[in-house]
Design a protein around this ligand. Sequence first.
Ligand SMILES: C[S@@+](CC[C@H](N)C(=O)[O-])C[C@H]1O[C@@H](n2cnc3c(N)ncnc32)[C@H](O)[C@@H]1O
Length: 237
Amino acid sequence: MCQEPKSKKDTSFIIKLFKKYGKIKSVLDVGCGVGSHVKHLHDKGYNAEGVEADPAKVKFSKKNYPNLKFGCQSMQTLNMNKEFDAIICINNIIAFNKTNEEVFRTFKNFNKHLKKGGLLLVQTKNAMGLIENRVVGRRVDTGKDRTAMGIKAIIEEKVDVTKQRLIGTRTFLRLKDNKKVGSYTKSSRLYFPQELIFFLEQAGFEVLDHYGGDLSKATLKDKELNKPKMLFIAKKK
Ligand SMILES: C[S@@+](CC[C@H](N)C(=O)[O-])C[C@H]1O[C@@H](n2cnc3c(N)ncnc32)[C@H](O)[C@@H]1O
């Protein structure tokens, strides 16, 4: 059975938000990864384009979707000489910012690339939700996708309290003999809801609303900020 990809479900929710909070035609996806949200938005009639800091992903997107626009740009230095009706920055992109100055610069750049009244949808991990759910620690991921590939992942997470970052290490083991086949460590800036609101307001946004949880599963009723992820909707003043 063919499962609907997560990015398609994310996009359905994003479109619900666009319809609820604005009149959106043009969209920029910042940190667009391999371009699937841009593609789904385009398929639904939006004038969507994406930027991404990893040149390999930009190359992949351009090859995969030759009729769509992708550029190699970073959120901290975004410069497109263009304004959009909406910017989406989803699935923890802002966690790559290393300092408060970078966070502020990122949001100022988003503001600069929006039309007056334009919408920003920003989604990231919620430090409050992580505390509430006590999800930091060690766990084993034997999800369907991994099992199909014959591997499991040991996920070990700890918090760098001074820098307010989540340090996550994933070690991949082969199911048949438990042999290590790879590992990587990722460091993500954590944000608390009130902190994100403060950054957004300082960068020239009015915060309109928030949602909790995964985009692919969220509904317009999911307002609680006690989940591991949060989404804020803000309007350029
Ligand atoms: C978890 S992926 C999410 C990709 C996509 N938004 C999605 O939801 O599928 C995070 C992406 O952020 C990109 N990224 C990291 N630092 C960035 C930066 N400074 N500016 C723009 N993108 C960045 C990474 O290369 C990666 O593709």
